[in-house]
Design a protein around this ligand. Structure first.
Ligand code: GAP
Length: 452
């Protein structure tokens, strides 16, 4: 069976159900920018929460940080971003469009979209030149005396420049890590394939500081850990691969990088990068700032500059992968249903509470009371409008794993049915057990029922 998902179907579902909209739509939209509606926010928050739990709550060797988006401009000189964080671009003098020189094969000519840039006799491309991806702005009230600054293109540098603060205060010795989630900004030229590549996006980055001799071993460890995290939250194994970078692909700071790629509808593409950054960043900031960023053992007085292993994931790209992996269509009793088979811990809404007949005051009363009870422990929705079939279908499309239905029998014997989104099985349980039952099912291991 082939996967039914396409990028168009994901875009359309996200729009229809209010996950993601084009940004600034009433002004005609802004390329590569999106706004997130209610379910998009909830889904994104779940992705971040699961990452933070895995990185910080479930371990003793990683602490959290939230650094500024705008840092001292010298940070970006020292890090190498001012000189090296660029893409090679070409302009077309005929259609006035700009393309990434290394993405020409996947780009469309501005005049004849069926052709690639440079393929028609009218195309007039400039030679490639480097274009820095950082957005610049100014700090200060007065234009002339203001300071040029950058919006951060990665959260990592905020971690490196805080190494001394955190290492002292967190009372951890290498190997230990600092984890951060936050927005980053890149002046991306290549059109984005929905939320895959956008001008602003959220990153989940962790810098793991290790004794230099242990770097390779921790690099391997973090590749396995991060791959395992995606599998745990439901991505199918056949849709994940680890791809080591070729030497000519490596970033300016990296001595080894592997991407975890996901098989998106647009093909295999990067979901997360795990890099061995060596001592590049701590040394660069030590030299530029004059502050020694090194580890000093309080007992033995041993000192060294730790090496850094960095798993760097995109929140939005992870969300897109979870959506693509979950999207499914099937025929049930002669009717088509679209369903998001999301891991229950990733799904935006955990359960729906539905009175079978929305106008029956007895059912409504019991359903409201169950809803009030459940909302104390999980994000649940109450819905009493329209036919029950339609209400189920709406919940299926936003990926709600469970639905409690209050019917005539509930009034008679205080039982309720719980419907499973994936198998469509309905089980009748006592109302008193509903909360415990839901929590058990949300905590249980889950595998995608979609074929590999
Ligand atoms: N500090 C390392 C770093 O910045 P990266 O590979 O450039 O590495 C890490 O970015 C992750 O951030 C990527 O794997 C991807 O998931 C996400 N990402 C990067 N650029 C993005 C963009 N323009 N839009 C959405 N996500 C992006």
């Amino acid at each position: 069976m082939t996967d039914v998902v396409t990028m168009d179907k994901i875009v359309s579902l996200c729009r229809r159900r209010g996950f993601v909209f084009p940004s600034s739509e009433i002004y005609g939209g802004l390329g590569s920018s999106y706004d997130y509606g209610h379910y998009g926010v909830l889904l994104k928050e779940n992705v971040k929460a699961r990452w933070l739990e895995a990185m910080v709550r479930d371990r003793e060797d990683i602490v959290a940080l939230d650094s500024s988006i705008i840092l001292h401009p010298r940070v970006w000189e020292a890090s190498g971003h001012v000189s090296s964080f660029s893409d090679p671009l070409v302009d077309c003098r005929t259609c006035k469009l700009r393309f990434r020189a290394d993405h020409l094969a996947e780009s469309q000519c501005g005049k004849r979209p069926s052709k690639r840039p440079g393929e028609t006799p009218e195309c007039d491309l400039t030679p490639a030149r480097e274009f820095n991806l950082m957005f610049e702005t100014r700090v200060g009230a007065v234009e002339e005396t203001g300071t040029d600054v950058y919006l951060r293109p990665e959260t990592a540098q905020g971690i490196f420049i805080n190494f001394k603060n955190v290492a002292q205060l967190a009372r951890r010795k290498p190997p230990f890590g600092i984890a951060q989630i936050g927005k980053s900004f890149r002046n991306e030229i290549t059109p984005g394939n929905f939320i895959f590549r956008t001008l602003e996006f959220e990153m989940m980055e962790m810098e793991y500081f290790v004794p230099p001799g242990e770097a390779e071993q921790w690099y391997r460890y973090w590749i396995d850990e991060r791959r395992g995290w995606y599998l745990r939250f439901g991505l199918r194994e056949s849709h994940l691969r680890v791809r080591p970078h070729e030497a000519d692909e490596l970033s300016h700071y990296s001595s080894g990088t592997s991407d975890i790629d996901y098989l998106y509808p647009i093909g295999w593409s990067e979901l997360e990068g795990i890099a061995n950054r060596g001592d590049y960043d701590l040394r660069a900031h030590s030299e530029a700032s004059g502050t020694k960023l090194e580890w000093v053992d309080g007992v033995t007085n041993e000192r060294y500059v730790p090496h850094v292993i960095e798993p760097a994931a995109g929140v939005n790209r992870s969300m897109l992968a979870f959506l693509c992996d979950a999207y499914d269509e099937e025929e049930v009793a002669g009717r088509e249903r679209t369903v998001l088979r999301l891991h229950p811990q990733i799904a935006p809404v955990k359960a729906a509470v539905l009175p079978l007949i929305g106008k029956d005051s007895g059912m409504v009363e019991r359903a409201r009371s169950l809803f009030e009870e459940l909302r104390g422990v999980a994000l649940v929705e109450y819905d009493d409008s329209g036919q029950i079939g339609r209400r189920y279908r709406r919940q299926d499309e936003i990926g709600t794993p469970f639905a409690f239905t209050i019917d005539e029998q509930t009034i008679e014997d205080d039982t309720v049915t719980i419907r499973d989104r994936d198998s469509l099985a309905q089980e009748r349980i006592s109302l008193g057990r509903a909360q415990g039952h839901l929590l058990d099912r949300l905590g249980a291991p889950w595998r995608s029922p979609k074929p590999e």
